[in-house]
Design a protein around this ligand. Structure first.
Ligand code: MLT
Length: 320
């Protein structure tokens, strides 16, 4: 009887090690076919996913033998955790393992926008030598506003500080005496304050009913016309049509998005904007982060199948 179903592209030494102990079926394209997932999931005790498999109530209902879902990543918006808990299915994730890589991408985007690296690269490869056109700005002495002061927000802020930037943070779930904020000498402010005072706004918020559409036309109108926006968290947080308008009218100077409201997205107006950098949700896609994520999720799934407690359980279920 097979034990573990992997429904997305997750490979590496940790998967090989897991396969030596359990029967693993790896179907990296299965997430694209929800009907096939529903048909197959009932055979397995464990399911390992990234962010594209929709583990909804119907899947969990069909998964009669399932004891654990391993989410190789941190966001849980593709998993119905409440339904899993009701069904007695444990969810584990990798809360910290890709945080450095995501923070590094946010910093890369910030530098690229400040020095127009993507645009200058594209232009120079056309045979041009437009030095005046690619005048940039320094980061030193500027202010970064961190939306969502969790692990990735903190790592981004601490790296920005190394450039001599001042740090503002908005997070409704932390208090002014938060130890990480104190370490960064960061100021906890309201969303409005952060938008008005930041030269760079970097978004690190999860997708929740409260954050969906949070960054909209009203927010862009509050930002400085010289400000830039970075989103490496979840696409749902940004109203894309409002961002298009803000970038076209100069309400803000530039933006960089690694994540989109729908992934993969349809080609649209965003793709045509010269003052926008787009990447295909690769924040966590480094060799180091993926090695950590894969190792952690495989080990945790094995622990659960061995009857041990998970290291990174997201929900609580009673022991089978
Ligand atoms: C995450 O949630 O861990 C990242 O967005 C990467 C991913 O979903 O695969």
């Amino acid at each position: 009887m097979p034990d573990i179903l992997i429904s997305e592209n997750i490979i590496g030494a940790a998967v090989d090690a897991m396969s030596s102990r359990f029967e693993v079926v790896s179907l990296p394209e299965l997430w694209k076919n929800p009907a096939e997932l529903l048909r197959r999931v009932g055979d397995f005790r464990a399911l390992i996913i990234r962010n594209q498999t929709n583990v909804n109530a119907a899947v969990l209902e069909a998964a009669k033998k399932l004891v654990v879902v391993g989410r190789a990543g941190v966001g849980l918006n593709n998993v119905d955790v409440a339904a899993a808990t009701r069904a007695g299915i444990l969810i584990t994730s990798t809360p910290d393992q890709n945080a450095i890589s995501v923070a590094e991408l946010a910093i890369g985007m910030m530098i690229s926008m400040a020095r127009k690296i993507s645009a200058a690269d594209e232009d120079t490869k056309k045979g041009n030598w437009n030095r005046q056109r690619f005048f940039g700005t320094e980061l030193y002495g500027k202010t970064i506003g961190i939306l969502g002061a969790g692990k990735i927000g903190f790592l981004t802020a601490s790296r920005a500080q190394a450039f001599g930037m001042k740090v503002l943070a908005y997070d409704p779930f932390i208090s002014k005496d938060n130890i990480l904020l104190s370490e960064l000498n960061a100021e906890l402010v309201s969303l409005e304050d952060l938008l008005e005072r930041s030269d760079v706004v970097s978004c690190h918020l999860p997708a929740t009913p409260q954050t969906a559409g949070l960054l909209n036309a009203k927010c862009f109108a509050r930002m400085r016309p010289t400000a830039t926006l970075i989103n490496t968290s979840r696409g749902e947080v940004v109203v894309e049509a409002d961002l298009v308008a803000a970038l076209k009218t100069g309400a803000i100077a530039a933006a960089a998005l690694d994540v989109r409201a729908n992934e993969p997205p349809m080609m649209g107006e965003l793709e045509a904007l010269p003052n926008l950098i787009l990447t295909p949700h690769v924040g966590a896609f480094t060799h180091e982060a993926q090695d950590r994520v894969t190792k952690a999720i495989c080990e945790d799934v094995c622990r659960v199948l061995d009857g041990k407690a998970a290291m990174n359980a997201v929900n609580r279920v009673s022991a089978a």
